[in-house]
Ligand binder design. Structure first.
Ligand SMILES: Nc1ncnc2c1ncn2[C@@H]1O[C@H](COP(=O)(O)OP(=O)(O)OP(=O)(O)O)[C@@H](O)[C@H]1O
Ligand SMILES: [Mg+2]
Length: 232
C-alpha cells in the first residue's frame, strides 16, 4: 500500500537547514498496524505529514496505492486525503462549541457525501466508538477520552483505507488510552491500515510492527518480534 524510497525532508528556516528525514526506505502492506517510535525531534511527525499527503518530500518517492504522491497538485493531494486517509492528532482538533454529531458530519459535507445520509453515518460512527449517548454534547462538554473518540469517528467518516495517528493517547489517562487502543485494534481487524506515532512502549505494543526513528533515519524495524532488514 505504501512504498517510500530515498525519502528526505529538509526544512529551511531563516537560512538554517534542518534535515528532518534523511534517505528513508520502507514499505507498509495493506492491513498492517504500525507504531512509529523515537525521541523528540527525530522526524516522526514529519514522516506522518509526508504519509498523510499534508506535505511533500524534498527528495525521494512516496507511492500510495500505486500513485506517486510527490507529483500531485494541491487539489489532487486534498482529494487523496479526503478519500483515503483519516487523521487523529494528539490535540483532538475538534470544533469547539459544536456537537459531536456535527464534528463528524463536517468531513462528510466537505466530501459531498449524500446530504440525507450524513446524520445516519455520523450517528453510526459515534455509536461504534461508544458515544451513542453523547451525540449532542459539545466538544467542551466531553472528557478527553470522549473527545479523542469523536476525533476517531471523524477520521473514519469517509471509511479511509489508511488511518494515521500522531500520539493519539498523548493527552489521555491510562484507562482512556486503553479504550482508544481497543478501537484501533478492532479497526485493524476490519482491514484498516493503521500507522500510529507514540512514545509509550505500552501503547506501541498494541501494534504488530514497530519502526524506530532517530535523527531522521530508521534505526529499527520489528514485526511480530522479528527484526526486518532496513533498506539503505
Ligand atoms: N515546519 C518546520 N520548519 C522547520 N523545522 C521543522 C518544522 N517541523 C519540524 N521541524 C524540525 O524537524 C525536526 C523533526 O521534527 P518532528 O516534528 O518531525 O519531530 P518528532 O519526532 O515528531 O518530535 P516530537 O516527538 O517532539 O513530536 C525537528 O528538529 C524540528 O525542529
Ligand atoms: Mg511529533
Amino acid at each position: 500500500m505504501i512504498k517510500v524510497t530515498h525519502l528526505s525532508k529538509i526544512y529551511k528556516m531563516d537560512g538554517v537547514q534542518t534535515v528532518a528525514l534523511s534517505d528513508i526506505n520502507f514499505e507498509i502492506d495493506k492491513g498492517e498496524y504500525v507504531a512509529i517510535m523515537g525521541p523528540s525531534g527525530s522526524g516522526k511527525s514529519t514522516l506522518m505529514h509526508m504519509l498523510g499527503a499534508l506535505d511533500t518530500p524534498t527528495s525521494g518517492k512516496y507511492i500510495l496505492d500505486g500513485q506517486e504522491v510527490g507529483n500531485l497538485s494541491d487539489d489532487e493531494l486534498a482529494e487523496i486525503r479526503n478519500k483515503k486517509i483519516g487523521f487523529v492528532f494528539q490535540a483532538f482538533n475538534l470544533l469547539p462549541r459544536t456537537s459531536a454529531l456535527k464534528n463528524v458530519i463536517l468531513p462528510l459535507s466537505y466530501a459531498s457525501y449524500p446530504k440525507e445520509n450524513r446524520e445516519k453515518r455520523a450517528t453510526e460512527l459515534l455509536t461504534m466508538v461508544g458515544l451513542g449517548d453523547r451525540l449532542h454534547h459539545n466538544s467542551n462538554q466531553l472528557s478527553g477520552g470522549q473527545q479523542q473518540r469523536v476525533a476517531i469517528a471523524r477520521a473514519l467518516a469517509m471509511d479511509p483505507a489508511l488511518l494515521l495517528a500522531d500520539e493519539p493517547t498523548g493527552n489521555l489517562a491510562t484507562s482512556q488510552s486503553e479504550e482508544i487502543m481497543t478501537i484501533f485494534s478492532d479497526l485493524n481487524k476490519k482491514g484498516h491500515t493503521i500507522i500510529m506515532i507514540t512514545h509509550e512502549p505500552l501503547i506501541a505494543k498494541f501494534a504488530k510492527r514497530i519502526i524506530t526513528v532517530r535523527d531522521g533515519k530508521i534505526i529499527k524495524d520489528e514485526k511480530n518480534g522479528k527484526h526486518l532488514k532496513i533498506k539503505v
